[in-house]
Design a protein around this ligand. Structure first.
Ligand SMILES: NCc1[nH]cc(CCC(=O)O)c1CC(=O)O
Length: 320
């Protein structure tokens, strides 16, 4: 059996995620070699939006796949642009980690316990707008950098940071989490907590090796979530949250899909939900997006794309 060359970014999270996939392939009898790929998202500290969004993480890995330098790549699914990439295929979507966002706050404070004026770091317009919409009077501060850099600022210049629980869980850092944020308050990014294992479309050897890693319930859920994003014509940096969960209905399992579109200052907020069969995940996401659009989501998305990200936003806690 020939070696499977797995392209990975070098951050702690990327190597952990790649290691998970490598372990599963090795357990199935394959030989796996990790190949490090440097992306602009890793070397450039500018806001992601100025580099074309989180797609910058995927593009260097995809280039390596196209050029045959690697045979597979593991992406955080939420960083993958929704448009399919010609010549490549997502051959496996492994079981999802917890999709929720996590609050890491000084003294273990929860969202409700953070006093007005607390400085909360997040680099994501989606988190920022939904946190602003809670009306807690938080000062939302733009941050970037890897998980370690963000966590180090808690108790220094920030009272708290919000990041993906899945990343912390994969790095074994959940003891630092003060609260897993309820999706009723902050809906996660489409695909958050899931991985996408990509390879060349024509490479049946690698496709066959990856097929057993696919988890159909996770694939259905992220398909519905990404369909919402695609139909809203919103990118990964848009203030759009979506979460699909497989729930038991009287006739068996169904997909329960929720989505939110929230203006950058938290003032305008649309939340809608739908339930449908797992086999029609794509259509379900598309229908939910149409409902959001009928109710004005396009205006919120358009306004958000014209609003430059300020370095801080203060959520409107109104005085009496
Ligand atoms: N945009 C950065 C990014 N891309 C993927 C993850 C990890 C979360 C995941 O597993 O989806 C993170 C970090 C974060 O959002 O805190």
């Amino acid at each position: 059996m020939t070696t499977l060359r797995l392209g990975t970014r070098r951050s702690a999270l990327a190597t952990t995620q790649s290691g998970l996939v490598a372990d599963r392939l090795r357990a199935a009898g394959h030989t796996v070699e990790l190949v490090e790929i440097v992306t602009e998202g890793d070397t450039n500290r500018a806001p992601l939006a100025s580099m074309g969004g989180t797609g910058v993480f995927a593009s260097a890995l995809r280039e390596a796949l196209h050029e045959g330098r690697v045979d597979l790549a593991v992406h955080s699914l939420k960083d993958l642009p929704t448009a399919p990439e010609e010549g490549l295929v997502v051959a496996a979507v492994p079981p999802r980690e917890d999709p929720r966002d996590a609050l890491v706050a000084r003294d273990g404070l929860t969202l409700g316990e953070l006093p007005a004026g607390s400085r909360v770091g997040t680099g994501s317009p989606r988190r920022r707008s939904q946190l602003a919409a809670l009306g807690l009077g938080l000062e939302l501060v733009e941050i970037r950098g890897n998980v370690g850099t963000r966590l180090a600022r808690v108790g220094e210049d920030l009272d708290a940071v919000v990041l993906a629980l899945s990343g912390l869980a994969r790095l074994g850092l959940t003891e630092q989490v003060s609260e897993a944020i309820d999706p009723l308050q902050v809906l996660p990014a489409p695909g958050q907590g899931a991985l996408a294992v990509e390879c060349r479309e024509q490479d049946t050897r690698v496709r066959d090796a990856l097929a057993p890693l696919d988890h159909p319930d996770t694939r259905a859920a992220v398909t519905a979530e990404r369909a919402v994003l695609a139909a809203l014509e919103a990118g990964c940096s848009a203030p759009v949250g979506a979460l699909a969960e497989v729930v038991e209905d009287v006739d068996g399992p169904v997909l329960s899909l929720r989505a939110a579109v929230v203006a950058p200052d938290g003032g305008d907020e649309l939340r809608r939900s739908l339930t449908g069969p797992l086999t029609e995940a794509d259509a379900l996401g598309d229908r939910l997006a149409q409902i959001l659009l009928e109710d004005g989501a396009d205006e919120i998305v358009a306004a958000a794309s014209q609003t430059p990200t300020p370095s801080t936003t203060t959520s409107p806690e109104r005085a009496l």
